[in-house]
Design a protein around this ligand. Structure first.
Ligand code: DAH
Length: 363
């Protein structure tokens, strides 16, 4: 795992009350605090450690043994059997086993990914779970599945109205290994359909594993950055990590208004100029090269100074049977103008490491 990622662990942006992620988390928690059930209030967790076992991250939520998300190309392994969680669903089973029946978990999650204005290897999710007892569906004369899915839908539609105000919504069938049926909730916002969250009725075998085989439950998960970018008009995901006061001074606890209506949105200060660097190289003969590995290497060398990594040309020489890629790297600081000298230095490091670690042949 790179130094760069390591440095992000325990920043706890979602625990800062005046940070857009902390503000949004509080708004979501407030909604669930207002949702009293016969079990009382939802319990909120926001400081569960991000290093979890592969069992918790994958097996406990029924991720198949051969699923791509288990690969080292997608997930950060700390040891052979511990990872930086790639979703907050990793905590479902453990919390059920600890006796919790309705809770939210907010936390930082980690995924190796491509680099652009909406992707960052660390982001934040909110997970919610609510368990129902047999008497709750029996007294209503409906099936447990019907109760759980109806309650799921009304609760989450309420959440979306709490966040976005009155808006058009639609339920889309989805697939998650840990729920059946599974859905995504989309809203029509500023002229387009946006996915807001994933959810479903929890697979019975998860409840079985928590010795809750006669119960039913719903679960949902959502990403905070994407929603915060939409609601506050934040144009680049790296801004969440900046220490520039021109960013932080624009946010304060309690500023939020549903749908951003009547709320002072983020006003972008002028961006510093970008600096583009291209690199062309032959890929190694085996299939070891992946874009995620390239991006990880660039993140490590450039930190948050890299804005985008984009494949701009690719061709295969049929005679040699070799493939060449040309990538464009966009470097830009959110805080200051970069000098040619420092960008050249970063690019030198990237090129050297491309050859030594990814075994490409620079052209
Ligand atoms: N874990 C999913 C993800 O990271 C999100 C999710 C979907 C969580 C459905 C849930 C759920 O609890 O029921 O994409």
């Amino acid at each position: 795992m790179s130094e760069y990622i390591f440095d992000k662990i325990d920043k706890g942006l979602h625990r800062l009350p005046d940070h857009p992620l902390g503000i949004l988390k509080a708004v979501i928690e407030n909604y669930f605090t207002s949702q009293h059930t016969e079990k009382g209030a939802f319990v909120m967790f926001d400081d569960l450690a991000p290093v979890v076992t592969t069992y918790a991250n994958f097996d406990s939520v029924l991720v198949p043994a051969d699923h791509v998300s288990r690969s080292t190309n997608d997930t950060y392994y700390v040891t052979e059997d511990t990872v930086l969680r790639c979703h907050t669903s990793a905590h479902q089973l453990e919390l059920l086993k600890n006796g919790h029946r309705q809770f939210l978990v907010t936390g930082d999650v980690y995924r190796r990914d491509s680099i652009d204005a909406t992707h960052f290897p660390v982001f934040h999710q909110v997970e919610g779970v609510r368990v129902f007892e047999p008497h709750e569906w029996e007294s209503r004369n409906i099936s447990s599945l019907e109760l759980a899915s109806t309650e799921l839908k009304t609760t989450l539609e309420g959440l979306v109205r709490h966040l976005f105000g009155d808006c058009e919504m639609r339920w889309v069938d989805a697939y998650f290994p840990f729920t059946e049926p599974s859905y995504e909730l989309e809203i029509f916002f500023q002229g387009e359909w946006l996915e807001v969250l994933g959810c479903g009725v929890m697979q019975s075998s998860i409840l079985d594993n928590a010795s809750l085989g006669d119960r039913r439950a719903w679960a949902f998960g959502l990403g905070l950055e994407r929603l915060a970018m939409i609601l506050f008009d934040i144009p680049d995901i790296r801004l969440f990590w900046t220490s520039d006061t021109r960013f932080s001074a624009q946010f304060s606890a309690g500023m939020f208004k549903a749908g951003g209506v009547g709320m002072k949105k983020f006003s972008s200060y002028s961006k510093y100029p970008p600096c583009y660097k291209d690199a062309s190289f032959w890929l190694p003969d085996d299939s070891s090269f992946t874009e995620n590995t390239l991006c990880e290497l660039v993140r490590d060398a450039a930190g948050s100074l890299v804005e985008e990594v984009k494949l701009i040309d690719e061709f295969t020489n049929p005679k040699l049977g070799r493939t060449s890629n040309c990538y464009r790297f966009t470097y830009r600081s959110m805080e200051r103008s970069l000098t040619d000298e420092e960008v050249n230095k970063i690019q030198e490091v990237v090129r050297a490491r491309l050859e030594s670690e990814l075994r490409v042949t620079l052209r």
